[in-house]
Design a protein around this ligand. Structure first.
Ligand code: NAP
Length: 246
């Protein structure tokens, strides 16, 4: 059946790889991103790959006054929202966050506040609609605070807890919230990292995301082995963990 898909942060490499799989099944899209040129290219790419219709809206997602407008335009374009994917985010420079509170607050606005605001508005609309799935890119970094990225991790942790609350609130209503915890994925966000065997490409994890949405899963670790890596990491007692450099 044809689906109407809203993608917020649609130029994200993970979101693009996921959208391509949906495009091949001729679904309809409304894309939201801040870079007009990248959005235009993403639109063309999805149409070539089989999308039935692709419309878009460009804005900075940290400007919360844009959020109602996004949803208004998405509904005008698509009618109902069957699937919403929230993918925008930044990996802030941890050391800069430690020295500059404006920079730290800014990173929370992108990674946390904007997502929580969008989730609040979207969940009300889905309640009226009576169905829909919202899939959000959170992170394994939100599961344990580490010195190298605790500002990013703390923001993602709030997103995951918020989603847990929404799942509990909407249980049994036909509205579904999927939390996605990707591991190490090669995207522009991680381009400066030294890559090892744990690293995957966006198109290697996109099928997991599509499957988890279809199966109405609550929490997806992708690739799968991150569930076990995080199980071990979360089991390490704090008195040892605080001395470690992982
Ligand atoms: N890559 C990983 O290893 C990894 C791991 C765990 C979780 N994640 C999460 O996965 C999601 C997707 O990231 P990715 O890896 O696909 O990285 P990416 O390709 O760099 O995508 C990040 C996206 O966020 C958008 N964005 C950032 N700030 C924005 C703002 N203020 N307004 C509008 N859009 C904004 C960027 O837009 P521009 O294109 O205009 O810059 C870009 O499209 C993120 O939430 C990230 O935290 C990634």
């Amino acid at each position: 059946m044809q689906k109407n898909i809203l993608i917020i942060g649609a130029t994200s490499a993970i979101a693009c790889a996921t959208a391509r799989l949906y495009a091949a099944c001729h679904h309809q899209f409304f894309l939201v991103g801040r870079n007009e040129e990248k959005i235009k290219l993403t639109k063309q790419d999805l149409l070539i790959r089989g999308a039935k219709k692709v419309e878009s809206y460009c804005c900075d997602l940290t400007k919360m006054e844009n959020h109602e407008k996004i949803l208004h335009h998405a509904e005008l374009s698509l009618g109902t929202l069957d699937i919403v994917i929230i993918a925008h985010g930044v990996l802030p420079d941890q050391q800069q966050c430690e020295k500059n509170i404006d920079f730290m607050v800014q990173s929370f606005e992108v990674n946390q506040i904007s997502t929580l605001c969008l989730l609040t508005l979207i969940s009300e609309r889905l309640k009226t609609q009576g169905h829909g799935t919202v899939a959000v890119l959170s992170s394994v970094a939100g599961e344990r605070g580490r010195k190298i990225n605790y500002v990013y991790g703390a923001a993602k942790s709030a997103v995951s807890i918020f989603l847990q609350g929404l799942r509990n609130r909407f249980h049994g209503t036909g509205i579904h919230f999927l939390t996605i915890h990707p591991g190490f994925i090669c995207t522009p966000m991680t381009e400066n990292f030294k890559k090892g065997r744990l690293w995957k490409q966006p198109d290697e994890i996109a099928p997991d995301i599509v499957k988890a949405i279809a199966k109405k899963k609550d929490l997806l670790y992708t690739p799968w082995f991150w569930r076990y890596i995080m199980l071990i990491i979360k089991m390490i007692p704090e008195k040892f963990f605080k001395k470690m450099s992982i």
